[in-house]
Design a protein around this ligand. Structure first.
Ligand code: CA
Length: 191
């Protein structure tokens, strides 16, 4: 790279170093160092960047067990993520209880009203009324759904609701208003 002008010739050089351009969750810390010279003197500057992974795109399944944050369970505990052959990904979140929540990141290409499919099982023999709310990052309730009696803890049904979400990387919370159901996955779909 060169730059010439009246009164002298200056060469600008840039030696850059940085880490991998793609990193898996959790957020990746990167430091980029730039060394710039005019041919005689040089200076160096560092830029610190935190690379945050994007959420799951609208249209794709978000497994309940692939949460980014949770409250109310013990990570790695027996009464939390269960292996289940009939569940998507072979796993579900069990042992739901009022006040527990799970958070997910969803990448929304276009602002608007989306269908949300919640795949859940309820083996209590009775409907779990207003069992789950979907909330945005501020805690505002986007939708609230009941989980019907599905006939068994490993018998899943899809429950649908509408949510209006802004564009961009969104944090969606599945908030357990009550317990008594297993969660398999959720999926937003733009109509
Ligand atoms: Ca699952």
């Amino acid at each position: 790279m060169g730059n010439s002008r009246a009164g002298g010739s200056h060469k600008l050089g840039c030696a850059c170093r940085w880490g991998p351009t793609r990193s898996a969750a959790p957020p990746s810390e990167q430091t980029l160092k730039f060394r710039v010279t005019d041919g005689a003197a040089n200076d160096e500057v560092s830029v610190h960047v935190t690379v945050r992974p994007h959420g799951t795109p609208v249209g794709e399944k978000v497994e309940a067990e692939a949460y980014v944050a949770q409250h109310g369970w013990i990570d790695g505990g027996a009464n939390f993520i269960e292996s289940n052959a009939s569940a998507s990904g072979g796993k579900n979140v069990g042992w739901t209880a009022a006040g527990n929540w799970l958070q997910y990141r969803v990448d929304v290409a276009e602002a608007g009203t989306d269908d949300v499919e919640l795949r859940a099982a309820n083996g209590t023999g009775a409907v779990a009324t207003d069992a789950v709310s979907l909330r945005d990052a501020s805690g505002a309730v986007l939708a609230k759904v009941s989980v019907p009696d599905t006939g068994g803890w490993a018998t899943y049904q899809s429950i649908h609701a509408q949510v209006t979400v802004p564009a961009g990387d969104q944090v969606i919370t599945l908030f357990c208003e009550t317990g008594g159901f297993n969660l398999d996955y959720l999926r937003l779909t733009t109509p």
